[in-house]
Design a protein around this ligand. Structure first.
Ligand SMILES: *Cc1c(COP(=O)(O)O)cnc(C)c1O
Length: 246
């Protein structure tokens, strides 16, 4: 990597991280919440492994990716860049994109958590992949559809309980909570209020599934008003992605 460019990029990321942390702190303060209880997942899709290594160096260890091919290659490249770095200062990879059944085996080799489990056929596939990878249980957020359109990802509310029960029924998986993306053009506060209500209902049968993955660059304040524990932020931290690939 070119050292001066690397320094310049590091300075950019330090600055945008500072601004983002201030936004998170303000939003938490307004909602009467502790900012330390919120996990920032930095979404690095389309950005290089070098950016992930810089983020790890400045304390951002939760990294989100939405495509397996890109994530697997980047995880390997980051491993290389961070040779000699102790495990507790290495990234945790969060898979946040639509998951295809044929990608489960790969995702289970590097992911710390999957945020986008949204149908029954993925449950056994992922659990079997965890066994095959001989690894610790994989954290799972079930993705809920908030607009009733399953083409955009997410289980329909009517099917949520059965899906959550199936995840909880596999010891290779750990049901952590729910994830959602606010519908395009909808009021994010209304959407995230629905998500929080679904999370409360889920906890009646799965008391440990307390986490909520919600909020992106444009709507993280609304998500934090409605109990989000994991915000997934890309452009506000790394910069605007090309509209063709983002
Ligand atoms: C890209 C992406 C994000 C981050 O989006 P930004 O608007 O860049 O913050 C969050 N969640 C998912 C599922 C994504 O695909």
């Amino acid at each position: 990597m070119n050292a001066p460019l690397d320094e310049q990029r590091r300075a950019e990321l330090v600055a945008s991280l500072g601004a983002l942390r201030a936004r998170i702190a303000d939003a938490c303060h307004a909602a009467g919440r502790d900012p330390h209880a919120v996990t920032l997942v930095a979404v690095t899709k389309t950005y290089p492994a070098g950016d992930v290594a810089i983020l790890a160096g400045i304390g951002v260890l939760d990294i989100g990716e939405n495509r397996d091919q890109e994530a697997a290659a980047k995880a390997a490249a980051v491993d290389e860049l961070l040779t000699g770095t102790p495990a507790e200062r290495r990234p945790r990879w969060h898979f946040i994109g639509q998951l295809q059944t044929r990608k489960c085996r790969s995702v289970a080799t590097y992911a710390h958590a999957v945020h986008s489990l949204d149908r029954l056929e993925l449950v056994d596939r992922l659990a079997d992949a965890v066994t095959r990878a001989e690894r610790a249980p994989l954290g799972v957020f079930v993705q809920l559809s908030l607009d009733g359109d399953p083409h955009r990802g997410g289980v329909l509310p009517a099917d949520l309980a059965a899906l959550a029960d199936a995840v909880a029924g596999r010891p290779e998986l750990r049901l952590r909570g729910l994830m959602a993306v606010a519908p395009l053009g909808a009021d994010p506060d209304a959407a995230f209020a629905d998500l929080q209500a679904a999370s409360m209902r889920l906890r009646e049968s799965h008391p440990d599934a307390v986490e909520i993955s919600a909020g992106m660059s444009e709507d993280l304040e609304a998500a934090l008003r409605h109990g989000s524990t994991h915000i997934r932020v890309g452009s506000a931290l790394l910069g605007r992605r090309s509209p063709l690939i983002g």
